[in-house]
Design a protein around this ligand. Structure first.
Ligand code: NAP
Length: 306
């Protein structure tokens, strides 16, 4: 029995997420044909060389022409522009989706370009690594990770279910979520933690200690995880913060308050407060392991995700 869900899939942007999608679709035979487009000729050449897609085009419109599913895999700030480029060639009944780490801003930028008769169903796979580009993808990236599907007003049930079955076929677990809630959840689980990691590495650099032998040698004690996260793509993360402003600022405001309380506990010698706080956070970690979202292994090199 054929497992094909969309005969022709177009990937706009050919970085980590798009290349992983291509590998995952091929692994499970979910499409007959995959086309692709990337902005730079360099990326397009690499994609051709490694056979990432059946056909790589020099324009987004050529790649999207005749596709049953077009997935926008560019940084959040570029989504509106590529949507405008592909809009005139989208075939009736096709679905446009995206993988952006922010949903409200992407919906606002993309939805106005979607023609009548074309479905728009945003999504966000909660999986990634600090690597980028067409060579960085792998078929297992989405295995057992969540993909949040965020239908917009008017998204048809059947089209939404079809997209969900694609993500399930790529190994992901799927949950439907509302855009505003998505942005808040991601601010807590991903965006604020990334900003904190960027800050921590920046602070160590300011102290001129980041390249010290000592720091590198002993960095497994927490700092190494921060440097991995802080190595994530600068364009992608600039766009995330520019486009998920409100939720990120809300979480950072709460974070700063908590930090002050902990700071005060340290200054006043309130060990009980610190102990209780760390007991609570340890239980949260246990919950994550029990939910199958991480293992107990002390693997500090594992992937994160936007
Ligand atoms: P990536 O590896 O850096 O790839 C980005 C791709 O977008 C490249 O092909 C790039 O083309 C293209 N691009 C960049 N700016 C563009 C522009 N202005 N116009 C047209 N194309 C442009 O990024 P990625 O990690 O795959 O991320 C793609 C999307 O997935 C982002 O929206 C991100 O928020 C989301 N996401 C990322 C992660 C993660 O952990 N990385 C996780 C979940 C979701 P060139 O190579 O030619 O420059």
């Amino acid at each position: 029995m054929s497992k094909v869900i969309y005969p022709k899939v177009a990937l706009i942007g050919l970085g980590l997420i798009a290349s992983s999608i291509s590998h995952a679709i091929r692994r499970a035979g979910l499409a007959n044909e995959i086309t692709g487009f990337a902005r730079s000729s360099e990326t397009r050449e690499i994609a051709r060389e490694i056979g990432l897609c059946d056909q790589v085009y020099d324009t987004a419109a050529e790649a999207a022409q005749g596709a049953d599913l077009v997935i926008l895999c560019v940084p959040v700030g570029a989504m509106g522009q590529v949507a405008a480029e592909i809009a005139p060639v989208l075939k009736p009944g096709a679905t446009v989706s995206d993988v952006g780490s922010v949903k409200q801003a992407v919906i606002a930028a993309v939805a106005p370009h979607i023609p009548e008769g074309v479905h728009f169903i945003p999504a966000h796979p909660m999986a990634g690594t600090e690597h980028s580009g067409p060579r960085s993808g792998f078929a297992e990236l989405f295995d057992n990770r969540w993909c949040l599907v965020v239908p917009v007003t008017g998204s048809e049930e059947a089209a939404t279910e079809r997209l969900q079955s694609l993500w399930l076929g790529m190994g992901a677990k799927v949950e439907v979520m509302e855009a505003e809630h998505h942005d808040l959840v991601c601010a807590v689980t991903s965006h604020a933690p990334h900003l904190i990691a960027y800050t921590m590495v920046g602070v160590a650099d300011d102290l001129r200690r980041v390249t010290d032998n000592e720091v590198i040698q002993y960095s497994a004690a927490g700092f190494r995880d921060f440097t991995r996260i802080a190595a994530s793509d600068p364009t992608m993360w600039r766009d995330v913060f520019m486009n998920n402003k409100e939720a990120t600022l809300e979480i950072l405001g709460r974070f700063t308050e908590e930090l002050f309380v902990l700071q005060r506990a340290i200054r006043t010698g309130d060990g009980d407060h610190l102990f209780d706080y760390f007991t609570r956070t340890r239980a949260i970690r246990r919950g994550i392991v029990e939910a199958g979202q991480d293992t107990d292994a002390p693997d500090f090199g594992r992937g994160g995700g936007g």
